[in-house]
Design a binder for this molecule. Structure first.
Ligand code: NAP
Length: 491
């Protein structure tokens, strides 16, 4: 049974904007081309949206650049109030926006609703932060002169976002950028562009001046975005997506010595010590693994469990994951939606087959679900050998490989044995161990006895190949501010 009245889906899809949003106006791409958006649960086309040319994207940058001088001078309170209005509109429209998100991305509506709330929270947090941008005033250390520092918006920004969290990955950038006084061009993923177009409409109605936020959708991301990244008017690039694309964009950004923020791939270890509460650890494991169908940069990619409890943990996880309800995200009670597309499904199957080929045992799942849509069974693999590819590569699907360890040293070494360094999860009842291990984990974030760390008030981000910079919290607005120092003579 659908959780929404019949017709609602059609109405939402009819009303969502499908054009480019440039300089405060909705318009088609210069060549009139469109690109199709699909529902991954059915494979059906749900919308045709404008497909931008490089010239359209440059128009968007021109709008952002022309607007910057006036926008940076607006009162912080004014910027904060626009953000607050947009926050309220998102909350008010959360049912509708959640359904839209599920239609284009596939996750269960309850999870989409949680994403809308999470996404909105960045607007509320930065509405409050806009009026707290300050500098410093101090006396020269040798006496005499004075030191003044001020923080100013970096300038026009280019944002590129992924398909897995279509709204929140945008607001994490847009919220602090607006608060800081920056203008921007946003390019959402072509697989899930509708949520971002709906967000642009929310900001338009919230009174954001024309040109501050511009949104372009395109089928040829590289061709359309490269001219913007190489354009001297752009002052900052913030990207969320794969490490591979991030690396290529950093090379492009080096031409103009752009400031960059990179939120890239992950390979999170989930470490369970023998003193942990097993039921708590299993609860956390379900969140860390199954949120967003496993298609999250923060998804637990590997479970390292003390040998004394590894068999019970693996069996318990298989029991829970094997019992999850798979189906279209719009249906009541569904816990596992489809993967985003056939490519992603094929990659997940390849990684599972590789692990099984090397001796891993399948405790549940291990196959795609027959029928339309790109559904994959929640899968638990035990006894995964060290050489299995899925211990090193981001799985991005509902697959949990479990490995046993015998000592704290081994757990830390295995957890750190990856090029990625976004987040680690740690389960133990021993506070001293929790601190000791947290200090040695090579990640930007640690979840202690919990399976989720995301929070608008906290600095989200990674080290190593997981990226550069932080989103959320006071650190997040720092990514959009330059510090200027003025040397003053003694009064
Ligand atoms: P992706 O393939 O790297 O794409 C991300 C974005 O970059 C999309 O908008 C994509 O556009 C665009 N893009 C691709 N090639 C480009 C190019 N040559 N020039 C300019 N833009 C280009 O990543 P994805 O598959 O969408 O997202 C999954 C990845 O994102 C995973 O690795 C995940 O870990 C990571 N992620 C990281 C975080 C974090 O905070 N660290 C959060 C979420 C996701 P198209 O849609 O046209 O391909």
């Amino acid at each position: 049974m659908s959780s929404e009245p019949a017709g609602t889906e059609a109405q939402i899809l009819r009303d969502v904007p499908k054009q480019l949003f440039i300089a405060g106006a909705w318009r088609d791409g210069a060549q009139g081309a469109t690109l199709a958006v699909h529902d991954p649960a059915t494979g059906e086309t749900i919308a045709q949206i404008a497909d931008a040319t490089p010239g359209d994207a440059l128009d968007a940058l021109t709008a952002a650049s022309d607007t910057f001088a006036a926008w940076r001078e607006t009162a912080p309170r004014e910027r904060g109030e626009i953000l607050r209005s947009a926050y309220e509109a998102l909350i008010e429209r959360s049912d509708e926006l959640a359904l839209l998100m599920t239609l284009e991305m596939g996750k269960p509506v309850a999870e989409s609703r949680a994403e809308v709330t999470y996404a909105a929270e960045f607007l509320r947090w930065y509405a409050e932060e806009a009026v707290r941008i300050d500098g410093r005033f101090s006396t020269h250390q040798a006496g005499g002169g004075r030191l003044l520092t001020m923080r100013q918006p970096v300038g026009p920004c280019v944002f590129i976002t992924p398909w897995n969290f279509p709204l929140a990955m945008g607001t994490r950038k847009i919220g602090p950028a607006i608060a800081a006084g920056c203008t921007m061009v946003v390019k959402p993923a072509k697989l899930t562009p509708l949520s971002m177009l709906a967000l642009a409409q929310v900001f338009e109605r919230a009174g954001l001046p024309a040109g501050v936020l511009n949104v372009v959708t395109a089928s040829s991301s590289g061709e359309v975005m490269e001219p913007l990244i190489r354009d001297p008017r752009t002052r900052k690039l913030s990207f969320t997506g794969s490490t591979e694309v991030g690396r290529a964009l950093m090379a492009q950004a080096s031409e103009q010595i752009l400031r960059v923020s990179m939120e890239l791939g992950g390979n999170a270890p989930f470490v369970v010590f023998e003193d942990a509460d097993l039921q708590d650890a299993l609860d956390g494991a379900i969140v860390a693994k199954m949120r967003n169908i496993g298609e999250a940069c923060t998804a637990a990619n590997r479970f390292h469990v003390h040998e004394s409890i590894a068999p019970q943990f693996a069996d318990g996880l298989a029991k829970r994951m094997g019992a999850m309800t798979i189906g279209r995200g719009t249906q009541d009670g569904v816990e596992v939606g489809p993967l985003i597309d056939e490519d992603q499904l094929a990659k997940v199957q390849e990684l599972v087959d590789d692990a099984v080929g090397q001796g891993a045992r399948v405790l549940c799942g291990g196959r795609r679900v027959d029928g339309p849509g790109t559904f994959y069974e929640p899968t638990v693999l035990a006894g995964v050998p060290a050489g299995a590819r899925l211990l090193r590569e981001e799985i991005f699907g509902p697959v949990a490989p479990v490995r046993a360890f015998s000592s704290e040293e081994q757990a830390i070494a295995e957890a750190n044995d990856t090029q990625f360094g976004l987040v680690a999860y740690l389960y133990t009842a021993d506070l001293a161990r929790a601190l000791r291990v947290s200090e040695r984990l090579e990640t930007g974030m640690v979840g202690l006895n919990q399976g989720m760390v995301s929070n608008a008030g906290a600095p989200f981000g990674g080290i190593k190949h997981s990226g550069i910079g932080r989103e959320g919290g006071p650190e997040g607005i720092g990514e959009y501010l330059e510090t200027k120092y003025v040397a003053l003579p003694a009064p």
